[in-house]
Ligand binder design. Structure first.
Ligand code: ADP
Length: 557
């Protein structure tokens, strides 16, 4: 290979390696990006679950801290319970889980109890008719349904606690009760003066409250790809927003969790039973499951695919370019080979002609017979030169893609006869026996008559050159099915089977061929025959002669 070609190949290899490296770097960057995307999503999940837990905790103790604790002993003593309704109405407006408040004050008999129910969502036990007033609070005096609840709260008063939290069931509905107890006096002698508390309908809370909180939190974080859930103490999901969490995500720990107790009270003030302080419920946030992880994976895969495709295209492009460069280098080589082969071939006959004509011109011949010999030499060499030029012209013509064949219907027998006529003087001189066999009917093919003539000329010329000793040439034309078969046979050395293919290549000359030639004759024959949709082969036994068999499609008259 020449230096330029090797350089180009090295350059292409370098470029391919660089492309491969770029692909590898891209792959790594993509993997890292995928990793960091998932990591960022995890971090976000952690932040969101913290936010959610904080929001829930704040809201759940709101009724206790900002309504109950603000009711002072003094107020209960001096202000008519009715006047508390405004404060409770504000509580209802801010904390949707508050179902009803109650106020008990000590007095004659059992003291007096008032219930303040939501007007828009009255508890099931409050069946009294209600006047059609737009006030948000409905007040009930001595509600029978709350009797046991109030008694329970008062019972706690005997223990001297200021705060109590317990669960009751009223008409089959579960409520959490939070109450504040107010005493007269201090220490051992203190007596319970009043109790103020509220009830939270636990069924309503499971159904609606947590969903509302989740929806609000999701509006704040504004990330619809996150899944937010609240799970109760039995492991059931009571509220959920965002895309569904896959089962495997929750078990594989792709979620973020915070536990909390189901208590609508400020825990630090609580000295109620431990079970209300146990964080048995949880908030759960799912991230990487799903959208983010999937998007990252999908995005990553797509990027890798595109990168791979780009690399492939570049490498294929490089391959094509290298091949094209090699082809053109090869073509240039062939052309220069052709020029040197042909000029070399022309030199010998030309110098022989020059020698003979010089001798004749200067009268340097030994005898008058020598004149004839020199004349013969000039004639032979100029014939050789003429064939060579014919072949060069023919080769130039058939390799020129713009020149076309002049196709017409020709009788192959005629073309064969004409070719033999052209070679008659040489055949005669070399003592050749010529055998021509043609069919009675014209053997018609669609062909360029001149080019078909070239086929015969080259085959007959080769028989003259290489089978001189056999002194016989047989030309046969026959119709054979859809084709016309042409055979040019001789009794020369024949062609060994392993060379029967290569001899049809351009510039190919059999080793040890001493006779002159440019290796073009049979290449031209094959090219012309194939351009006429035909085939050419050589058969025969080595040492007994060769037969060149050409088949060309028959044309109808
Ligand atoms: P050239 O005759 O210029 O060498 P060709 O393409 O015509 O080129 O032939 C290629 C080779 O095939 C020749 O070098 C010769 O060795 C071999 N060859 C061609 N014709 C015959 C033949 N009739 N008998 C034996 N060998 C042949």
């Amino acid at each position: 290979m020449r230096v330029g070609a090797r350089g180009a190949l090295l350059f292409a290899a370098g470029l391919a390696a660089a492309t491969g490296l770029t692909f590898w770097l891209g792959l790594r960057a993509t993997r890292e990006w995928q990793g960091s995307t998932v990591e960022a999503a995890e971090r976000r999940g952690n932040e969101v679950v913290t936010l959610l837990a904080a929001a829930l905790e704040r809201d759940m103790k709101g009724g206790h801290v900002s309504v109950l604790l603000k009711v002072q002993e003094r107020e209960l003593a001096q202000v008519a319970p009715y006047e508390l309704a405004d404060r409770f109405a504000r509580g209802f407006a801010r904390f949707p889980y508050l179902d009803s408040f109650f106020v008990w004050t000590a007095g004659p008999g059992d003291g007096s109890t008032y219930a303040f129910n939501r007007a828009d969502r009255r508890p099931a036990w409050d069946r009294d008719t209600v006047a059609d007033v737009p006030y948000p609070v409905v007040i009930r005096q001595h509600p029978e349904a709350l009797r046991s609840t109030v008694l329970l709260a008062r019972a706690q008063g005997r223990l001297g606690v200021r705060f109590t939290l317990f669960e009751v069931s009223i008409e089959g509905v579960r409520y959490q009760v939070i109450a504040h107890l107010l005493y007269d006096g201090v220490g051992e002698t203190a007596t319970l003066k009043s109790a103020v508390g509220f009830l939270v309908n636990l069924e309503w809370v499971e159904r609606y409250y947590f969903s509302d909180v989740l929806t609000q939190v999701q509006q704040i974080i504004d990330d619809p790809s996150l899944s937010l859930q609240v799970v109760n103490n039995t492991g059931a999901v009571v509220a959920s927003v965002g895309p569904p969490l896959a089962q495997e995500a929750t078990s594989a720990g792709a979620t973020h969790v915070r536990h909390f107790p189901l208590a609508f009270a400020e825990q630090t003030l609580s000295d109620g039973p431990q079970r209300f302080r146990d964080p048995t419920w949880m908030t759960r946030v799912g991230v990487g499951n799903e959208t983010t992880r999937l998007a990252a994976t999908r995005g990553g895969t797509r990027t890798v695919l595109l990168l791979g495709l780009g690399t492939l295209v570049t490498i294929v492009g490089l391959g094509v370019t290298v091949r094209a460069a090699r082809r053109s280098a090869e073509l240039a080589e062939v052309q220069s080979e052709f020029v040197s082969a042909v000029s070399h071939e022309m030199k010998t006959p030309l110098s022989l002609i020059k020698l003979a004509s010089d001798t004749l011109a200067h009268g340097r011949y030994a005898s008058p017979e020598a004149i004839g010999e020199y004349g013969q030499m000039i004639m032979k060499e100029s014939q050789h030169l003429a064939r060579l030029i014919d072949n060069v012209l023919c080769y130039a013509r058939i390799t020129d893609t713009t020149s076309e064949y002049d196709l017409e219907v020709v009788d192959v027998s005629e073309v064969a006869q004409e070719s033999l006529d052209r070679f008659a003087p040489q055949l005669r001189e070399l003592g050749f026996e010529v055998q021509l066999q043609v069919p009675a009917e014209p053997a018609l093919v669609r062909a360029d008559a001149l080019m078909l003539g070239q086929v015969f000329d080259n085959l007959v010329d080769n028989a003259l050159k290489y089978a001189k000793d056999g002194r016989w040439v047989g030309v046969t034309v026959a119709s054979d099915g859809d084709t016309v078969r042409i055979e040019v046979a001789d009794r020369g050395p024949g062609v060994p089977p392993d060379e029967r293919g290569p001899i049809f290549e351009k510039f190919y000359r059999r080793k040890g061929t001493r006779l002159r030639g440019a290796g073009l004759g049979l290449a031209i024959v094959r090219r012309i025959v194939e351009d006429h949709r035909g085939t050419v082969d050589v058969i025969g036994q080595v040492g007994q002669g060769s037969t060149f068999v050409v088949r060309v499609p028959r044309a109808s008259a």
